[in-house]
Design a protein around this ligand. Sequence first.
Ligand SMILES: Cc1cc2nc3c(=O)[nH]c(=O)nc-3n(C[C@H](O)[C@H](O)[C@H](O)COP(=O)(O)O)c2cc1C
Length: 191
Amino acid sequence: MAITVVALCGSPRRGGNTDLMTDAFLEGARSEGAEVEKFFLDEMNIRPIGPVGDDFAMRDDIRSDDDARMVLERMAAANIVVYASPVYWQGVSAQLKCLIDRQSAYYMAPWLREGMEGCGIFAITAYGAPTEDQSHWVLDPIKVWARNFKARYLGDMAVNAARLGQVAEMDGVLEEAREKGAAAVRAMRGD
Ligand SMILES: Cc1cc2nc3c(=O)[nH]c(=O)nc-3n(C[C@H](O)[C@H](O)[C@H](O)COP(=O)(O)O)c2cc1C
């Protein structure tokens, strides 16, 4: 059976650095026979989480009429999940954070926990600061998310680029993303 890859793109910029690296990663994955799907979160209806109870098992998603549950179900059913976000004010973008928070409404749901266990996780980020590496603001939380779900952190790609589409002008960046996409699929297949 083909490996399935779901990418969650948290940048609102079509043709931006995160978007381009995500597409290149997926292209590489596809070259290894994977079935890929990308969600451009900014163009979806995903609201912040509403109030939830303290008992994880009794939680309700009071906003379940938007797109969050559908995307989370696709994510949990995939073999590889790509979390892609620019660094926005020392964290992931609100678009990705909203979706991740919404998981809390389904925290004990077997479809989420069993789906994510053993799943491959790859992280993609771009950051604009010229003076220091800011990628850890995005990569560190994603590593924790992988650990929480007993998923398998496959690696990441972080690039210092600020302008729209800058990564396409930089030597080897998109090629590296393609290679990492292909390598992630091979790793999950056990090649
Ligand atoms: C709202 C906002 C917040 C940002 N915060 C940071 C930051 O904290 N650190 C940083 O290095 N770059 C920051 N940047 C720059 C972006 O990370 C950078 O431009 C990145 O390439 C954008 O990715 P994209 O092209 O995928 O949208 C910020 C940009 C925006 C619009």
